[in-house]
Design a protein around this ligand. Structure first.
Ligand SMILES: *Cc1c(COP(=O)(O)O)cnc(C)c1O
Length: 394
């Protein structure tokens, strides 16, 4: 007898992880000796600041960090996040009830739909978007309504375009500003409208604020929770990953509505056992310590952005600088069928990898995403190669 290793429908129905295929293609090229310049990496190339690494080293040597951590996170960590929210956004939060620590915000974003989505329930999800929102809703048994984000609406989701019966049926709305993949930002007015919609149609709002500290040209990204009434309808996810170059460390949080935080904590106590305390202590150092590293990081991305935008525009592209996050979202040349064809063509001829927009949803079909996680020197090299590429096509 053979065992039955047929996968459950929830796994069978997951889309193949688009980016895993891409990684394979890039690895293969590297093995063949191609000098790959990848603009595909949504992961800071800069190291975690020294003072945070030092705090981690000390914490790791302290045996009291070696046991199971508390489920909801160290009180001091939750308090450090709340203090930072007060200082940065003037948002008051109760560290006892209105925040839970996460093993990176992706973990919480993926678990959250399990708290509120029953079979057949609807969630409103931007298109394009970080793929986790949709897959999590689908794994929880729900389905999604796409909210197209286009240059015409400045990549802000437009709920007035959604049929009323869908708004009425929706249980959750996901938003994310500064945005991955479009680089768009939102202001408080937009968040106010979202709160009005949430109240009127009685859905919950999930704001993914992973890039809250990456704004350019004077834009300081606001928190969704700054808006009156926001805490009654939603929660915000945040993380040290992008702010302090700590993607590998896995430390984030969800905060806001007490009942929603409690629901997420309930799921989590049944699934995981919290975040290594040494990492949380390092997180406290990050949040309470010297923040000049954040300004330095913003400077680095801004210089790269300006170099890349002006270089691409010199090549005849029409690229607008992103206002936040570290992505450029660029329309592909008209002569191309779709983003994948364009990306593959560029990669084969130049070794420069641009992420096909289709990986973030149907609305990304005519776009590529360029991450600013490449040094200026390599950006220049990439621009030289792209110039050759476009010359041959003129
Ligand atoms: C990087 C990223 C995250 C954060 O992930 P962590 O799990 O906190 O490392 C969340 N949302 C978006 C849109 C991201 O790009």
């Amino acid at each position: 007898m053979e065992v039955n290793i047929e996968r459950a429908d929830r796994v069978k129905n997951l889309p193949p992880y688009f980016f895993a295929e891409i990684d394979k293609m890039i690895d293969r090229a590297r093995e063949e000796g191609v000098d790959v310049i990848s603009f595909g990496i949504g992961d800071p190339d800069l190291p975690t600041p020294d003072h945070i690494v030092t705090a981690m080293k000390e914490a790791v040597s302290d045996p009291s960090t070696h046991s199971y951590p508390s489920y909801e996170g160290l009180y001091e960590f939750r308090e450090a996040v709340c203090d930072w929210y007060d200082e940065r956004f003037s948002v008051n939060l109760d560290p006892e009830a209105e925040i839970v620590s996460l093993i990176g915000s992706k973990e919480g974003l993926a678990h959250f739909p399990f708290c509120y989505i029953n079979k057949g329930d609807l969630a409103l999800v931007p298109d394009p978007a970080y793929p986790v929102y949709e897959t999590a809703v689908v794994m929880a048994g729900g389905s999604t309504v796409s909210l197209p984000m286009t240059p015409e609406n400045d990549f802000l989701v437009d709920l007035s375009e959604v049929p009323e019966e869908k708004l009425k049926k929706a249980k959750l709305l996901f938003i994310n500003y500064p945005n991955n993949p479009t680089g768009a930002v939102a202001n408080r007015e937009f968040f106010r409208e979202i709160v009005d919609y949430a109240r009127k149609y009685e859905f919950l709002v999930v704001h993914d604020a992973a890039y809250s500290e990456i704004g350019f040209d004077g834009h300081e990204p606001p928190s969704f929770l700054e808006v009156e009434g926001a805490k009654e309808v939603g929660i915000e996810f945040g993380s040290l990953s992008k702010t302090f170059n700590m993607t590998g460390w896995r430390l984030g949080w969800a905060l806001g509505n007490e009942e929603m935080i409690d629901a997420l904590s309930t799921i989590k106590t049944n699934v995981d056992s919290g975040v290594f305390e040494a990492i949380q202590r390092a997180g406290i150092t990050a949040l309470k310590g010297d923040k000049s590293c954040i300004e330095k990081m913003q400077e680095v991305y801004k210089k790269r952005r300006d170099l890349l935008v002006s270089g691409l525009n010199d090549l005849g592209w029409d690229v607008k600088p992103n206002k936040g996050s570290f992505y450029l979202w660029i329309e592909i040349p008209e002569s191309y069928e779709d983003s994948q064809e364009f990306s593959e063509d560029v990669f084969k001829e130049t070794g420069v990898f641009l992420t096909p927009g289709i990986g973030y949803g149907d609305a990304g079909e005519r776009f590529v995403r360029l991450a600013l996680t490449v040094t200026e020197e390599r950006i220049k090299e990439a621009l030289d190669r792209l110039e050759e590429f476009f010359k041959l096509r003129r």
